[in-house]
Design a protein around this ligand. Sequence first.
Ligand code: GLU
Length: 494
Amino acid sequence: MSIRVRFAPSPTGALHIGGLRTALYNYLFAKKNKGKFILRIEDTDQNRKVERAEEYIIEALNWSGLQPDESPVKPGDFGPYRQSERKHIYHKYIKELIDKGQAYYAFDTADELSGIRSEHEQQKKTFKYGFHNRMELRNALSLTSETTEELVKKVPYVIRLKVNGGKIIKVKDGIRGFIEVPSEEIDDKILMKADGMPTYHFANVVDDHLMEITHVIRGAEWLPSLALHQLIYDAFEWSAPDFMHLPLILKPQGKGKLSKRDGNEMGLPVFPLVWKELKGFKERGFLPEALMNYLALLGWNPGTDEELFEMDALVKIFDAEKIQKGGAKFDFEKARWINHKFLGFTDEKIIFERFPEFLECLPNTWSKKKKSDVYALLRDRLFLLEELKTQSELFLKDPAEFDENVMNKIQKHQPKKIIEQFCKMIKEGVDVQKWKSKIQEWNEKEGIPFGAIMQSLRLAIVGNLSGPDIFSVCEILGNEITLRRLEKFFNHQN
Ligand code: GLU
């Protein structure tokens, strides 16, 4: 049997990293098992549908390198891949359940139900529509078949699953093992709504069956629905796919699930691509491969200390057995570190080709060589590509001021004299490559601590003690600008 898995988001907003991780695990599982990865859009709830969300999901998967084998934009043999286009299918299958006596029409109005609900609340009870009270409510089981037939033609109705009490529903989650749920805990869930649309539960089961899904890999928030889904499979006499419910993604600090709001409040990206005005991982300068590496480790680990994997390697070693049960803390610093490592081993040419938007901070007047020299020099210091902008500022602006603390510290080592010596070397045409040995020669006579020499030079060129190798900075700046900065520093010292 060939493996088929699906990622089934609802287009109710941007795809967040939890959803993206679900997509990734499905993708890895499919590729590892030479199966198919399917994208199905679950858009039956038209009220919650958000403009452009479906396009966003597709773009985000593409950017992440998780191209589905079948999707609304790449249909295979199991379409349509948008639930809103499958209404006729759900109608056919709900009829089957009604004919089998596994589902029934219910005519209770919203007002009637809310009345009963509040009566229950007053008595501190929860109202459940089910086997113990359905005969007292208005539905095809409590009414005569003639009345039902008439009502179906005249008034709005829903269709409910007939859940029998007194059974133990045994389900298996591939990550947590067997779970037993007494059927009394499950009410007669609505399968078809009054607007003629299926509910998530019904559509999901019908589609997974018809699309020949072998493994359902989804977020842990769906675990409580598993027993209900099993009952729907049983009602059809279909065998259910295998299930795996992925651990929650938790807040970086404190307790609870990571929410979109946390991202907002902590300035962390939670979306792969920009959504409304919130920057995504892409716009912050993540390589998609690095993000996939990070997300793979968010709830799974290979069982070794190794932490850096490109997609091919992930496909090879991904083992669903090693998915963890407990929630995984979102650790942005780790994501940044992984991105830093990827930037370190990704060829500069590739970066220039794939992420030109991040190089726009380097002036157009610069030659290709200069841009590439600057990138090469800064690359070890970058965690996100967006940092190129601030990191490269030292090449664009002469320092406006010099760090007072450093200035005070080096004062006793005669920084003016040191800087004068560098100016002299430039004027004499000494190549930057030779500055270090030349200044050491000079210093043998002068006896100034070498550290103070370097600090003076750095302070004059960049205004503080941070930044990459200072001789390389001077080389890229060129003699004219270097001299200008040295002289400015010299004149600043009176
Ligand atoms: N449409 C559901 C969601 O957006 C999918 C749940 C599932 O994968 O079964 O979370």
